[in-house]
Design a protein around this ligand. Sequence first.
Ligand SMILES: [Zn+2]
Length: 189
Amino acid sequence: MRRRIRWGWIFSVVLTIAGIPLAYWYLTTTVLAPTMRLATLRRQPPPTLLRVPVAGVRVRQLVDTWGGIRSGNRRHEGIDIMARRGTAVVSAASGMVSMIGENGLGGTVVWAVGPGGERHYYAHLDSVAAIVEGQDLLPGDTLGFVGNTGNARTTPPHLHYGIYTDSGAINPYNRLIPPWRRKAPAAGP
Ligand SMILES: [Zn+2]
């Protein structure tokens, strides 16, 4: 007497076998790779000299705008770099895109994690470049384009650039200037 083939059973075996590499692929690309990349970045020393994060802007054009008074008793936790709308905003350091989003103050923003686990913040963007969260970055990679979104909508277009360490915001100004041209940093908040 012939046995009936249990197709359902065969189907589940095939699905299981196919599922193991699929689950492995999913875990490595979406969970393990970014986690390991972040761990590697945290172990690296923060770069002493960063790339000016707006294309075409020279070091001598930079103005130290750290610590200025802002609305709601806030202090300015970064540097504003004036540029024409649509100018490319580029990554100041190597690293990984950690978040692309919107918020009330910053408007359209990009966050990236760099060496030493520093979080680099690019705000008031007109638009974001063709990047995705989790993407690797080299200094100079285009992140977006200068605008005046968020609370900058009443001001001329500029990039707000901030650096956050585990102990809070630090002044990016001197990090953008070659060491031999640095002066004593302005008092922070
Ligand atoms: Zn600003």
